[in-house]
Write a new protein. Structure first.
Length: 314
């Protein structure tokens, strides 16, 4: 399908979802939609599979989706980088999965010159409960009426492989409805298996501005991988007290502030070693480690191998 046809399909889909994009035509023109497939499994599920490149960094606000009365929006977003191009910081560019109520508006962001493989699943709550069965009690916060929440997980390698497989599949795949339903449920299984490993803790209703504040804190952390930000500064940015900030941050990301920050640093270290071909010492110093032994121990704890061995594998 030609790029122009994909854009027209995107506009038609937005109308069907109840979120017309007529006011975002300028932003849409910045996207090269190389692949766009709509898999209609209504009334239970609708899925958008797309592969695109954004020519510029931009964002726009998506309004609440009205196509399914009570459901979840689950987005698997894999980012495929060209290792020959420098990437400044990580911010929201890491492959991730986001889960939110369909009725919640959100800010959609596209990083410049990144190849995005994305599978967006709209799923009806009753249908999802059928698959979770007796385990649904672990995820009761997802099913509470009028609950406002936002969950984000790093995409596992297994999820990324499955996303790439589905995005790369031929449009005329045999038994297409059967094929796609199976693959999408496989993605949902991997996601909920990951969510089930989160530490059980109370989930609190979050206002939209509180979600925005948590992402401001996250973006500051990810843009300062070489210098830890004092908690006092993060508290000031969030506009919350320290206890509430820590509580909401863990609720959204499944990790505390320190654990999340170290995870980002190790992911960036792996990228620098693999794609930028930096030495272990160059990588450690770039990420603010004055003690390279400490850097090596942290890296090994995350990836199971020392950074030098990791680097030699590529």
């Amino acid at each position: 399908m030609a790029l122009a046809d994909n854009q027209e399909t995107m506009l038609q889909l937005a109308v069907k979802l109840g979120v017309p994009m007529t006011t975002h035509l300028e932003e849409l023109a910045m996207l090269d939609l190389h692949e766009l497939r709509i898999v209609d499994l209504l009334p239970n599920m609708m899925v958008m599979v797309r592969s695109l490149v954004s020519r510029e960094s931009f964002s726009f606000r998506r309004e609440p989706i009205t196509l399914i009365e009570k459901g979840l929006l689950i987005t698997f977003q894999n980012i495929v980088y060209d290792p020959t191009k420098e990437v400044d910081g990580l911010s929201w560019e890491l492959p991730h999965v986001r889960v939110m109520p369909l009725q919640l508006a959100s800010e959609i962001q596209f990083p410049k010159q990144s190849h995005i493989q994305q599978i967006t699943i709209l799923i009806e709550l009753v249908y999802l409960k059928q698959f979770l069965g007796s385990d649904q009690h672990q995820f009761s916060y997802l099913f509470e009426q009028d609950s406002t929440f936002w969950i984000e997980e790093f995409m596992s390698p297994q999820m990324a492989l499955l996303v790439e497989e589905v995005v790369s599949a031929h449009s005329d795949v045999a038994l297409s409805a059967f094929y796609y339903r199976t693959k999408f449920l496989g993605l949902l299984y991997l996601l909920f298996a990951t969510l089930s490993s989160r530490e059980l803790s109370p989930h609190y209703r979050m206002r939209s501005e509180e979600i925005d504040a948590i992402y401001k804190v996250r973006n500051i952390l990810s843009s300062s991988l070489d210098r830890p930000i004092p908690i006092e500064e993060l508290v000031k940015v969030s506009g919350m007290n320290e206890q509430k900030l820590r509580q909401f941050f863990t609720q959204v990301f499944g990790k505390g502030l320190y654990s999340y920050y170290q995870h980002l640093r190790m992911q960036e270290a792996a990228r620098l070693l693999k794609d930028r071909r930096l030495s272990v010492s160059e990588t450690g110093y770039r990420l603010g480690f004055s003690n390279l032994s400490h850097f090596g121990r942290l890296f090994e704890a995350h990836f199971g191998v020392k950074p030098k061995k990791w680097s030699s594998q590529y």
